[in-house]
Design a protein. Structure first.
Length: 145
C-alpha cells in the first residue's frame, strides 16, 4: 500500500511565503525552499518510518509551477527535493514524483487502499484510493495497522 503526500499547502506552507505568487510568476523558485512546515516534521518522520518498516511505500506527488518552462521546472524540482531533505531528512522516500501542473495524481495509485493527503479537493476526488484533507494527517497515519 502507498501513502502519498502533496507538498504545497499540505506539508509545506508555500502560500504563506510573502509574495509567493509574484515570485512564481517571475520564475523564482525561492518560495519552494522558504516555505515553513505545516505539520510537526519530527512526529511525521517517526510515523512514516514506522509505517515503512511495516511495508508501506511512502512517496511524494507534487506539481511543478503553472505556466513554466524546462529550466524553471528543473529549479523547482530541485528546490522541492532540498526542502524534503531539510525537513524530512530521516525519511527515505520510495518515490518522489514532481510532475507538470495539473497532472492527475491518481497516476501514482497502485491500489484501492492507497492513501493521498492533499489540500486540493479536486485531487482528492479523482484519487482512486482513499484521500484525506490535510487537517488530520498524523491522526490518520497513527490508525493504520
Amino acid at each position: 500500500m502507498r501513502i502519498c503526500f502533496d507538498m504545497d499547502g499540505t506539508i509545506a506552507n508555500l502560500y504563506g511565503v510573502e509574495n509567493w505568487l509574484e515570485m512564481l510568476i517571475n520564475k523564482d523558485e525561492t518560495p519552494y525552499e522558504k516555505a515553513e512546515v505545516l505539520i510537526n516534521m519530527n512526529s511525521l518522520a517517526r510515523v512514516l518510518n514506522k509505517l515503512q518498516s511495516k511495508g508501506y511505500e511512502i512517496g511524494i506527488i507534487s506539481w511543478l509551477a503553472k505556466n513554466s518552462n524546462n529550466d524553471y521546472d528543473e529549479r523547482v524540482a530541485s528546490a522541492k527535493r532540498r526542502w524534503l531533505a531539510k525537513h524530512l531528512h530521516s525519511v527515505k522516500f520510495d518515490f518522489i514524483e514532481i510532475v507538470s501542473y495539473g497532472t492527475p495524481k491518481s497516476f501514482a495509485a497502485t491500489g484501492r487502499n492507497d492513501i493521498l493527503f492533499d489540500d486540493e479537493a479536486h485531487n482528492r476526488e479523482e484519487w482512486t484510493g482513499v484521500a484525506y484533507d490535510v487537517h488530520n494527517i498524523l491522526e490518520v497515519l497513527r490508525t493504520l495497522p
